[in-house]
Design a protein around this ligand. Structure first.
Ligand code: ASC
Length: 150
């Protein structure tokens, strides 16, 4: 017991101190993770879009549930862009790693817009949702234009 407790503590501290990208076993796992997070986000964002664009009847609860999920998901992809994850099954451009401050700013812009979309969806006001959806979509597109290849 006397030996195990400090060892366990050292392990726990080591784990917590490791950068987030070290949590993936392989670069492919990080790439899969970030794509999965973005796919789930896009799915729920698309449902809000369908309501905002009148392709689906407006269901305030569905919109609010989707927006809450979108906000949660918007926080996840970024740890999947660690060192060594620029090669493989990915369209991410080299600029993600060569212009990290710009990439971070684009990611944070999107997260801010998505948080506003979630706030708008909570009100149940379709016009507010439409406005916030447009701004959030523009922030998705801006990041794709600069950091995602075809
Ligand atoms: C979506 C989706 C995106 C963004 C982007 C906005 O619904 O999946 O990636 O909107 O197309 O221009």
């Amino acid at each position: 017991m006397k030996l195990i407790a400090p060892l366990a503590l050292a392990l726990a501290v080591g784990t917590l101190a490791a950068p987030a990208w070290a949590q993936f076993q392989k670069p492919e796992d990080a790439i899969k993770y970030r794509k999965a997070a973005l796919t789930v986000m896009a799915t729920h964002f698309g449902r809000i879009g369908a309501m905002a664009n009148g392709r689906m009847p407006f269901d305030p609860k569905l919109a609010a549930d989707s927006a809450a999920l979108v906000e949660t998901m918007s926080k996840l992809p970024w740890e999947g862009f660690g060192p060594g994850t620029d090669k493989g099954e990915t369209r991410a451009l080299p600029e993600v790693w060569s212009e990290p401050a710009k990439f971070k700013a684009a990611a944070e812009k999107m997260q801010g817009e998505v948080a506003k979309l979630n706030a708008a969806a909570k009100t149940g006001n379709l016009d507010a949702i439409k406005t916030a959806f447009g701004a959030a979509g523009a922030s998705c597109k801006a990041c794709h234009d600069d950091f995602r290849g075809r």
